[in-house]
Design a protein around this ligand. Structure first.
Ligand code: ADP
Ligand code: MG
Length: 703
């Protein structure tokens, strides 16, 4: 079997909704607000739920707290005002012959104008009380007679997301009519011909069989709006999600193919002359996982096409050393290396580590951040510490070979590296640390400073497979799956703010034992009286209560010098407690710190808390992560319990994905992404695999 894309033709579905009967400028504007611009957008507008209106209950049959649908005739309607005309209740009384139902809306007096005595009204909601039978803020629809009611009644009826001024019945009718006239023109974006290529009895063909069990695109869109059975909307969703994944994977494959034909790699495998002494002096042996990953990297760096690789490994798994080895291969091969990190303090930490590591190897390491143009570290005394700008200006004579060429070096920095002022020559390797904090565009900008350099991106945010294949589809993935041995354990606790005095006693005892602590607050300054603690306000009171213990304060609004001073003091164990915002979330490595206290933990995402927890547990002592939940919110607590239960970053990432959706992760990456209306990233791994295989065939079939 094979897949093929039909010839593109100007599709009538691409026309604007304005061309539809009954859609004037006002409706067009309303539809645009819910991102419906074309006829296709309209046909892909996904109901947020369905009502089985064949199975309606009588009012007498309604049960407490159970969502259900019923109908009745309006007997009375009216608004009651109170509190000096500042508050109101609009009440509607319905009767269907079995019982009466009171529907109430708080502070929405204009609801009155939607109903008239004698109207037949559909009601969807949960019964709150029986005496009288009451539903607050139900969804309603006035039933109108005539032929149109077929669209709205006696079937599994779709209920669509709306915007202000756009009535449910109008939109449902519009979609129904549009579907009737355009269904026959919905084309397959790709076609599956079963039984044509029996050449490869691989996993792929099995998977396509599953794909060919899905309905056609036209049928799927029909099922989406007019399902005859309860399972049909999910079947439709799957088919339409598959189309989204195929579209994305096709783009990815085409880009990969273009890349492979255009880009020739610089040979950067090195000759071990720097790596050997580096590893000998390192003070620890690489783990098996690190060695294995290095083998993969070296193969890429010697390959015909530039490396495009993602290195993922949980917090503390030891990615930095791997990046250092990869850098050394490049430097051995005579090319420069650029390493970008998302925060100044992390860039500085890397600069210090790499300077220390590379100094004995006579390799110069330079720091380039927004506030500090360039600082040269270590390396041989011959270097003047010229700014990167100067280095770029003298690139003319640096392009040559042999004696004229400057010895290769390593540039470390923040986003400042992307700025036009930074013009290094001869880049062999670009490393991006904590990649999830950058967008694809930034990555590309940095890559374009060289001529197809190798690329290594690193992340400690474990990405669920579904998203990995979506966001990082263009990259090969290596994983460090085991942390170095000899680490203390991390225990995680969730505590009420009432327990804070005890928590502080505990922190004091750990400091007395010689350890250090991070204390993280969600905000720099108190913004309102919502009870969310801010770091500056707490600083004084904590300093007071800890008396003789030195406390440091760190947040994004401090001057660079101040940040560096505080970080240095914490690293040197002079400051014992570091009060900070989530600025310390990524990358920091202070093994003597064994306590992480997070205040208002419910304000952070799970993946973010996992990163924060990753700041501890880096040394031999046992560590303690204490999450203080300020709110009584049971939901928030349940979320935090995921962290209590596991240290496995992947499990946490999956849980985060289920709870918060892919928005945040996808959001960073916008360029080139299709609009995902139907994709379900916590369930569609199979579909994504199918889509990959199909996209491969599609792209291969096209010269
Ligand atoms: P991450 O993967 O989160 O970036 P780091 O690279 O910062 O982790 O490493 C965490 C700590 O583990 C560092 O202090 C580092 O020196 C140490 N480390 C890395 N590899 C090893 C190893 N093979 N054995 C012992 N310690 C290691
Ligand atoms: Mg790191």
């Amino acid at each position: 079997m094979s897949v093929a894309v039909p010839k593109p033709a100007g599709s009538p579905l691409d026309r604007s909704v304005t061309t539809l009967y009954g859609v004037g400028p006002e409706r067009t504007a309303q539809l645009a607000r819910i991102e419906i611009h074309t006829i296709e957008d309209l046909l892909l507008h996904r109901p947020h739920r369905y009502e089985d209106r064949k199975r309606m209950r009588t009012i007498a049959e309604l049960a407490l707290e159970e969502p259900a649908i019923t109908r009745g005739k309006v007997m009375a309607a009216g608004v009651k005002w109170f509190r000096k005309h500042t508050k109101s209740i609009f009440e509607l009384v319905l009767d269907d012959g079995t019982a009466r139902l009171h529907c109430r809306w708080w502070n929405l007096p204009y609801m009155e104008k939607y109903f008239a005595i004698g109207d037949e009204v559909l009601v969807f909601g949960k019964l709150l009380g029986l005496k009288p039978r009451t539903i607050d803020h139900p969804e309603t629809e006035v039933i109108e007679g005539g032929e149109e009611s077929l669209i709205h009644m006696n079937r599994i009826t779709p209920v669509y997301p709306l915007t202000e001024g756009l009535p449910q019945r109008y939109l449902r009718s519009l979609i129904w009519r549009t579907l009737n006239s355009f269904e026959s023109q919905i084309q397959e974006p790709w076609s599956v011909n079963v039984g044509q290529t029996a050449k490869k009895p691989t996993m792929g063909s099995v998977q396509y069989e599953a794909a060919s069990l899905l309905p056609s695109r036209a049928r799927a869109i029909h099922m989406l709006h007019c399902p005859e059975h309860a399972h049909e909307p999910e079947l439709a969703r799957k088919r339409l999600a598959l189309d989204e994944f195929v579209e994305l994977q096709r783009k990815i494959q085409i880009r990969r193919r273009n890349f492979a034909t255009k880009a020739e790699a610089l040979p950067c495998g090195g000759d071990n002359r720097l790596i050997k002494p580096f590893l000998a002096r390192l003070g620890f042996k690489l783990t098996e996982a690190q060695t294995q990953v290095l083998r993969e990297l070296r193969k890429d760096m010697n390959g015909a096409h530039p490396m495009r690789r993602l290195l993922q490994g949980d917090v503390g798994s030891g990615k930095t050393v791997v990046a250092a080895c990869c850098s050394l291969m490049t430097l051995e091969s005579g090319h420069n290396v650029v390493l970008m990190a998302p925060t100044e303090i992390l860039a500085e930490q890397h600069w210090m580590n790499f300077s220390k590591w590379f100094a004995p190897l006579q390799i110069q390491v330079e720091l380039q951040t927004g506030s500090r143009k360039t600082r040269s570290g270590a390396g041989s005394k011959n270097f003047s510490g010229a700014t990167a700008r100067e280095a770029g200006a003298s690139a003319g004579d640096a392009n040559g070979i042999g004696a004229d060429r400057k010895p290769p070096r390593l540039f470390i920095g923040t986003h400042a590296l992307i700025e036009p002022g930074f013009v290094p020559e001869n880049i062999g390797l670009v490393v991006i640390d904590e990649q999830h904090k950058f967008g694809v565009a930034q990555r590309e900008q940095l890559l374009h400073k060289g001529h197809y350099p190798h690329l290594l991106v690193m992340t400690a945010t474990p990405i669920p497979r579904t998203l990995g294949l979506t966001i990082y589809g263009e990259l090969d993935i290596s994983t460090i799956n085991h942390a170095p041995r000899g680490r203390g354990r991390i225990k995680t606790f969730i505590r009420d703010s009432a327990h804070l005095p005890k928590v502080w006693d505990f922190i004091r005892s750990k400091i007395a034992e010689g350890r250090q602590a991070f204390v993280v607050y969600p905000r720099v300054e108190e913004t309102s009286d919502n009870g969310v603690k801010a770091v500056t306000k707490e600083f004084n009171s904590i300093q007071e209560s800890l008396a003789s213990v030195p406390v440091g304060l760190l947040h994004g609004r401090l001057q660079t010098e101040e940040k560096e001073r505080v970080m240095a003091a914490f690293r040197d164990n002079q400051v014992k407690v570091l009060l900070a915002t989530s600025i310390v979330e990524v990358g920091l490595d202070v093994p003597n710190a064994t306590v992480m206290l997070v205040e208002n933990a419910e304000q952070f995402g799970l993946a973010q808390l996992h990163q924060l927890r990753g700041r501890i547990g880096r040394g031999a002592h046992d560590s303690f992560c204490i999450l203080v939940a300020g709110s009584k919110n049971a939901e928030a607590r349940r979320r935090l319990q995921v962290l209590e239960g596991t240290e496995d970053g992947f499990k946490i990432a999956e849980a985060d994905l289920k709870i918060r959706g892919p928005g945040e992760l996808l959001g960073h990456q916008q360029s080139g992404m299709p609009r995902f209306r139907f994709a379900d990233f916590s369930a569609d791994l199979d579909l994504i695999h199918q889509a990959r295989g199909m996209a491969q065939e599609l792209v291969a079939a096209k010269p």
